[in-house]
Design a protein around this ligand. Sequence first.
Ligand code: M6R
Length: 590
Amino acid sequence: MCGIIAGVGEVNLIPTGLEMLKNLEYRGYDSAGIAYFEKGEIFAQKCIGGVDKLKECCAFNIDSNVMIGHTRWATHGKVCLQNAQPIIQNNIALVHNGIFENYKEFAYEFEQNDLTVSDTFCWTKYLVKKLEELAFISEESVLQQFKQLLDNSRGSWAICFLYKYLPNCIFFAKKDSPMVLGLGDRCIWIGSDEYALSQVCRKVYHLENSQYGWVSSKNLRVYDKFGRECDIFWSKICNDLKESKTQNDCIMESEIEEGIDSAIQTLENFDFSYVSKFLKNISPKTKLYISGCGTAHNAGKIAKFWLNKHFPFVEVEYASEFLVNQQNIDSNCICIFVSQSGETADTLKCVNLAKERQAKTLGIVNMENSSIANLVDILILGKSQKEYAVAATKSYMAQLAALYALSSCVDIEKSHLRKVDRLKELLLSLKNITIERIDDVVELIKDRQSIYYLGRGMDYLVALEGALKLKEVSYIHVEAMPAGELKHGSIALIDSDFVSIVLSTQNATKEKMKTCISEIKCRGGKVVVFSPFVDVGQMGDIWVKLIECEDELAPFVLSYPLQRLAYLTAKRKGFNPDKPRNLAKSVTVE
Ligand code: M6R
């Protein structure tokens, strides 16, 4: 997490730099700041909150051709001005994305147990010390000290810093956190992603792990971990990124509406022969692992259901757990990694691990040119374009579509085109549907502390995502549960105040769901039913009527109303669904 922007050139970069920083706010908005040179001195402006607030702090004439900026998502150290970045110490201004895991080795004794101080704050002190040791100051001598300190550091970083005695220069380094160089008009930019650079740069260079260097308006030097100078191969910026985002009041709402199109686009773009070739030599005995975090993991859970028809051995693991339970990963496995951003640290680490173990890797990624997209053996693009709201909505729809198309590729009856055509037909029909009674559900749940989402089979898997969505934007505690588990303990919470949202789209489980509703109703509990079936729907206090489709396609029908429920509940409670508290869009720390 955390977003970094830095630029050096021949013109005033502050206004553009602030705009670029705004584009990185999805990475965190606990605090924001910039540092810049003016008349040979380093100055900084910082604030608690997001970039709009920072812009207010900068609403006076700042004119500088060298700047670094940061938007923070706190991992270590409280949200306060001291920890807001750039960290300013002595003659240095520094921004960092990542974690210095051994930062305590750098901390003063009185800071050892002080959880309020950030890792970056402590680490910067050591950089200050290292630079104080220098007898002779030049770009290369400063860089050597910086590199030595990095060699003794553990963790992940994308760092940029300014040093007072070299006022036309930015030093940088990257390890396990994304960092991209961009060629602008009479300036060079550094950013946490290509998107942040897309409005002002023609070409980009994605720094590789352990590269470091310095840049001035006239020079750019990049070195590898052995200290060898690297050639830089600039590539054209990805065109999709230049499109401006939907200008709606609420981005989450627009993105929910774009979900169906994202799924359709993904299917249109899916290269069946390319994927089939990759899957050709897989036997049903091959072990398949699917991994990702949050919403991406939830999409993977649904894919297991589809893939299990052909592969008896499919495991779905949270990426963070995959790293713990990785004993069985070997060259006989296919590992499928799902990620919207393609930068999530846990998932990225799993890809590296799978590759080390010589497993085949396949990525379902929504961001082209992201770290995961660049690393996997085979890439399937989720065509949702850039997603801005923190809550993943349209990217989930695209991931589901990609995973469904993937599972249809291994269909032994070779009926994949028929299956995918049927899905497209369903998606098109969903475009014109109005779902009624969601507002009534909002009124029923908005003041609850806690609710259940219940379903069986596929419905339970969709419930997991519905629950995550509602939780993260409306701050209601939601537990998704297989409906059959209710009577094994959780039913104790049911009383006349308790609301359960029951999902029932599967013909195979509908009778069981009726029993579940009865069990809740006879204890006075309130029930909302999302279902196409009249006999199930009528049992609920509120029935959100869905269209009927094949059981295996039901997640596509269910997801939209659940996303909308989350969005409307957040709005009704007066929260900003685009930026839920404590969250960031891209989680680039483990
Ligand atoms: O970018 P990724 O798909 O790898 O992100 C994984 C999760 O952090 C993400 O899906 C998160 O759960 C959603 N933003 C929640 O809506």
